[in-house]
Design a binder for this molecule. Structure first.
Ligand code: 8GT
Length: 314
């Protein structure tokens, strides 16, 4: 049995989509043996007999077990109101098909069932692209497909058993949801200044900035054309009034973290030698912190792995 069959039935706000059972044959026959339903379906003859319903229900069960197709009963309050299915095809996109009994039309049931089945297929089968077709004059079915995110891609002639002839159909396709736009990568350099007592300098982000109140390593963004080392020397001068040289900066760790609007890439240097006394030149609070106390200072999420590494390293 396909693993996914175990994930059935599918429940939506009003409906339960479940495996068809032999006892459904009379209800399926009653609802499909109606030209307003059968006439819209390519693969059922009209008139439609219960024997065909029984055969179809058997084969639907086998197909679920083999993972070839998922044809399910649409039920509301325990009663069968229609059927919906996804047929997996080699070398082609999976195909969505459905019908709803005439007396249940106009209630948005096909749409709700479609949403449930497509979401289920995405979660359990990894299916995101699906095709479907509807008779060119079946505006209601086309509206359902459009509501489900399908876009019409063309037209074709398709044989309809129920009509004993080929009919024009509109071909639809539901594409994968567009990938979110890539986030810009922001390169920020930061420094763990280590004093003679083994303490690290943290600076508190001032009010009015993003992540205000959190403690961070001194540093900042690179200016155009600047090397990371030159940027760090400049930032330490601007923020803390200290002077250091490239030879005193050693690359240590780096942070790579996705914030909502950008992806931060932040090399962290260590510096043990500088001239001058660090003072807050931009109104920020400063704290010299022993590595085992770093956890007491809330830091931006990007810094959390760095703190663990620093505690182990120092
Ligand atoms: N300097 C520093 N920045 C950090 C750390 N962790 C971290 O997520 N960041 C993020 O990296 C960016 C640093 O840029 P920045 O310091 O040049 O700029 P800012 O946000 O203070 O604003 P600004 O451009 O107005 O000066 C900020 O988005 C900041 O939140 C850290 O430990 N040190």
């Amino acid at each position: 049995m396909a693993a996914t069959a175990a994930e059935l039935p599918i429940a939506t706000a009003r409906l339960v989509l479940r495996r068809l059972v032999p006892a459904d044959a009379p209800a399926v026959t009653r609802l499909v043996n109606d030209y307003s339903v059968a006439g819209n379906l390519a693969r059922v003859p009209f008139p439609y007999r219960e024997e065909l319903a029984r055969e179809w229900i058997d084969s639907a069960g086998e197909q679920i077990d083999s993972g070839d197709a998922y044809h399910l009963a649409i039920t509301q309050d325990g009663a069968l109101v229609g059927c919906i299915g996804l047929t997996l095809k080699r070398g082609a996109l999976p195909e969505l098909g459905y019908w709803v009994g005439r007396k249940f039309w106009g209630r948005g049931l096909a749409r709700e069932a479609g949403q449930g089945l497509l979401a289920w297929a995405e979660t359990h089968l990894g299916i995101t692209e699906v095709e479907a077709s509807a008779l060119s004059d079946n505006i209601a079915s086309q509206a359902v497909l459009k509501h489900l995110g399908f876009v019409q891609e063309g037209t074709a002639m398709q044989p309809f058993l129920s009509r004993n002839r080929a009919m024009p159909v509109a071909l639809f396709r539901r594409a994968r949801a567009p990938a979110p736009p890539p986030k810009p990568i922001l390169l920020v350099v930061a420094c763990a200044l280590l004093d003679s007592e083994g303490r690290i300098l943290l600076a508190q982000r001032p009010e009015g900035k993003s992540m205000a109140g959190l403690w961070e390593f001194p540093g900042g963004k690179l200016d155009e054309g600047e090397t990371p080392e030159a940027a760090l020397i400049r930032e330490l001068r601007e923020e803390l009034g200290i002077e250091t040289q490239e030879a005193c900066l050693s690359p240590l760790f780096f942070a790579s973290h996705s914030y909502a609007n950008f992806h931060l890439l932040m090399p962290l240097y260590i510096c043990r030698k500088w001239q001058g006394r660090a003072v807050a030149r931009e109104g920020q609070n400063l704290a010299w912190v022993r590595p085992d106390k770093l956890r007491d200072y809330p830091m931006p999420p990007a810094d959390v792995p760095l703190v663990a590494l620093l505690r182990d390293f120092l």
